[in-house]
Design a protein around this ligand. Sequence first.
Ligand code: HEC
Ligand code: HEC
Ligand code: HEC
Length: 226
Amino acid sequence: MNKRAVFFGHGILSAAMLAGVVVACGPSAPPPSTGQNPPASASASTPPPPSSASASASASTSATPPASASTTAKAPPAPMPNVRGSQLSADLQGMGLDPKKLPALNKLEPAKLRKVMNAFTKALGVQCTHCHTDDFKAPTANKKISVRMWNEWVVGLQSEDGSALFCDSCHQGKAKFLDHSDKKALGAWMKTELVQKLKRTDKKDHSCATCHGEDFDGDFLDKWKK
Ligand code: HEC
Ligand code: HEC
Ligand code: HEC
């Protein structure tokens, strides 16, 4: 009977198959048998071309694509995280800390500071050696950055929605997560995730300048390392 359907409606069927390939990403019901799976290979042969699209967009006329391109045609290697409430609040409370009212890092008692280290490794998805040499007291670039992120961001900023802001709110298990391939998209991400979702504890206006300075410095972390 399948045969018959093919015979009767060959033209219609192939048109329908073509339409299915174009319109649908996959069949609503998978084929029951072990046979080949044409819809899957068909959809695999028509990959979406966002990267080539953005490449040609940026290749045209000027180096900066039109404003709409950054929202529609970006194809980051790994999507940047949406800043969210900390998932380590219970851990911090277990250490006797109020995640919404953390003290400056150098105000922590040694025992608590030592426990906070475990929250750092979780939040960034790293080992102790990411920030420390054999001598835990020795200064390192990542320790210096961490002190400032704690004091100026975790303590100095708050989530607009009232949720607790901690290292993992931004890092989400990764030490590095910014995609620098498209500066315009990165700036747009900074605006929605790091400006609009956050406010300053000191109630002053929060903007790019909070982190980048009035004279926009794109690499300020280099200075924080010193
Ligand atoms: C993301 C960076 C980071 C990670 C990861 C990290 N630490 Fe730390 N550690 C710091 C910072 C920042 C300080 C405080 C430094 C300061 O205030 O001078 C510190 C301080 C310490 C201290 C106190 C040193 C002193 O000056 O008395 C010890 C001990 C320590 N860490 C152990 C660990 C252990 C063990 C781990 C792994 C479980 C770890 N750290 C993971 C950044 C980190
Ligand atoms: C408001 C968002 C935000 C918060 C909160 C935050 N960070 Fe970061 N952090 C960043 C961004 C953005 C970078 C740059 C990442 C990149 O280059 O991909 C960064 C980079 C770093 C780096 C250097 C990158 C590396 O290789 O390790 C360290 C160390 C670090 N953060 C530690 C911390 C620690 C510890 C906390 C909590 C005390 C913290 N951060 C809180 C946003 C944040
Ligand atoms: C909460 C802190 C924070 C805020 C607010 C913030 N940024 Fe950033 N931004 C960072 C960090 C951290 C980096 C990485 C800096 C580094 O690697 O030295 C960065 C990097 C960038 C870069 C890449 C620069 C380069 O040369 O590669 C751009 C572009 C950028 N930010 C734009 C913006 C814009 C535009 C705003 C305001 C809408 C903004 N940022 C607000 C933290 C912030």
